[in-house]
Every structure is written in C-alpha cells, then in structure tokens.
Design a binder for this molecule. Structure first.
Ligand code: AMP
Length: 288
C-alpha cells in the first residue's frame, strides 16, 4: 500500500548529491526538467511540475528562499516556509527536491552577480532595484548546479521570465525555457505564496487585480486601442478597492517590455498593487 509519504520525493541539501542523482538520471537517458521555486507551494507551482513531468523523465524542484532577491525592507524573514507540506504536495510528481542552505549557495567570498539590462529596469526593477540581479544570479546558479535540459517558469512573474530568457540568450546557457499559464483562484486572484498575508477583507479586495485585467481585455475586444485610456480605466477599477495602492499599471511590448502607446498586435498588461501591506503582481496578454 502506498500513501503520500511513500511517494514523496527525496529532499536533499548537498550539491554533490544533487550532481550524482541528476547524473545517474541522465545516464539512464532521462530528460531532466527543473522547476525553481521558493517553496510554500500551491497549485500554480504544481502546474509547472506537471508540465515538466509530461515532457521530462526526471523532474527536479528546487526550494530556496533566495535572500539576495529581497530588498532590505521586504519580507525575506517572514516569507512562508512550509517544507513538509511542500513535499506532500509534490508526492508522485517530482523525482527530486533540492533545498540548499544559504551557506552552500553564497559561500564566504561570493562576489559574482548577473545584471540583466533593459528588460530588468522598468516595473519590478523600478520598485525593487536589486530584485532581478538576485533572481538572475540564483537562476543561473541553479541552471549550472542542476544541468537540466528544460526549465519551467510561470507567466505569473512575466518580467522575471523575460529577464531569465534574456540571460539565457545573452550568456549562451544550454537550457530550454517554458513559460506556463497563470493558475488562479476561483475569483480570479493569481495564486501566490504571498496570498497568505492577506486578511479576509484584503483577500476579497485582491480580486480587483484580475478584474482590472478582464476589464482591459473587454476594452480591447470592443475596439479600444489607446494605452492611456486602457490604463486609466484599469487604475480606476483597482482603486475601487479601499485598501489598494497601485505601484504600476502599464502596457508594454511583450518582448522588450518597452512602453507602448497603443495595443497593436500582442501587448502585455502588467500591474503591481499593494493591498494593505501585501504586494501583489499580475498580468495578461492583450491581442488587438
Ligand atoms: P516562486 O516560488 O514565487 O518564486 O515561484 C516559482 C515559480 O512558480 C515561478 O516561475 C512563478 O512564476 C511560478 N508561479 C507562481 N505562481 C504561479 C501561478 N499562480 N501560476 C503559474 N505559475 C506560478
């Protein structure tokens, strides 16, 4: 008889063991998939793991709350850490979990950083100035440590996926990237490990992010193309929630993330909103 615990993936912390286990899978001819996460896993993460499992014979999930991608006043210390529940959720889906300690990732003397250029500068880059440097550096380290064939990211973090893609192209990193759709709660809120910070009143208000995206889709479907008008309408919809404070609502080129003045072809709508003390992001692709 098998229960969830017997199907739980092995969880390791040592780099040497990671290399050995991945090396063995590779010698067996298995394609290796990587899903980098910060843990506190939910159905959004699991969708990436399932995508890897569908394509790869060996799926590695990394769970690491990377301190270097948090700003000094951000939530690094209180970020949810739920390793046991994460391993239960991954039972039957992941082959291996790598959950390193900080000392193994950033040993004394660590001094090399990956700075991705213009796609990392606007939006999240403006509000979280050192965030993408931390993201690009840890992601490249995980790519090097795991040596996967394919890595899976969520569209939820749209700009992050663009930053990682840019880095992979610029630095000739031998890995393929897949970007998987956003998994949402029934009211449309994008699943996020940070949603647990919301109190019940804030949680109800948080649906305005997705409502703003749907409003923009409807406007475009009705023929509206003007970025200024779309942004103004989305902002007004979000501001209807009393505890919502907008960091940005913007329309941009989906590849370069440069601002656009009109929706012509594919355009990405990006938004970041604080509901009380919790900062949430969401996005959608608009097609004229
Ligand atoms: P995180 O643990 O927040 O760093 O996220 C790890 C990966 O899961 C990233 O590639 C995210 O974009 C992805 N992810 C997070 N939330 C969702 C979601 N609701 N739907 C799809 N992917 C997600």
């Amino acid at each position: 008889m098998s229960d969830a615990s017997s199907l739980r993936p092995i969880c390791i912390t040592a780099v040497e063991e990671l290399r050995q286990r991945v090396g063995r899978a590779r010698r067996e001819g298995r394609k290796v998939g990587l899903v980098p996460t910060m843990g506190a896993l939910h159905a959004g993460h699991l969708s990436l793991v399932r995508a890897s499992r569908a394509e790869c014979g060996f799926t590695v999930v990394t769970i690491y709350v990377n301190p270097s991608q948090f700003g000094p006043s951000e939530d690094y210390r209180r970020y949810p850490r739920t390793l046991e529940a994460d391993l239960d959720l991954l039972a039957g889906w992941a082959d291996l979990v790598f959950a390193p300690e900080n000392e193994a990732v950033y040993p004394p003397g660590f001094a090399t950083w990956v700075d991705v250029g213009s796609v990392a500068e606007p939006f999240e880059g403006e509000f979280r100035p050192t965030h993408f440097r931390g993201v690009a550096t840890i992601v490249l380290k995980l790519f090097n440590l795991v040596g996967a064939d394919v890595a899976y990211f969520g569209q939820k973090d749209y700009q992050q996926a663009r930053v990682v893609q840019r880095m992979v192209e610029d630095l000739n990193v031998p890995i393929e990237l897949r970007v998987c759709p956003i998994v949402r709660e029934p009211d449309g809120l994008a699943m996020s490990s940070r949603n647990v910070y919301l109190n019940p009143g804030e949680r109800r208000q948080a649906a305005v992010l997705c409502q703003g995206l749907r409003m923009a889709e409807n406007l475009v479907a009705e023929g509206c193309r003007d970025a200024g008008e779309i942004v103004a309408r989305v902002r007004a919809a979000i501001q209807a929630a009393p505890d919502a404070r907008i960091d940005y609502v913007a329309l941009a080129d989906p590849q370069t993330l440069r601002p656009v003045s009109a929706v012509e072809g594919r355009t990405v709508l990006l938004l970041a909103v604080r509901i009380g003390a919790t900062r949430l992001i969401d996005n959608c692709i608009l097609e004229a």
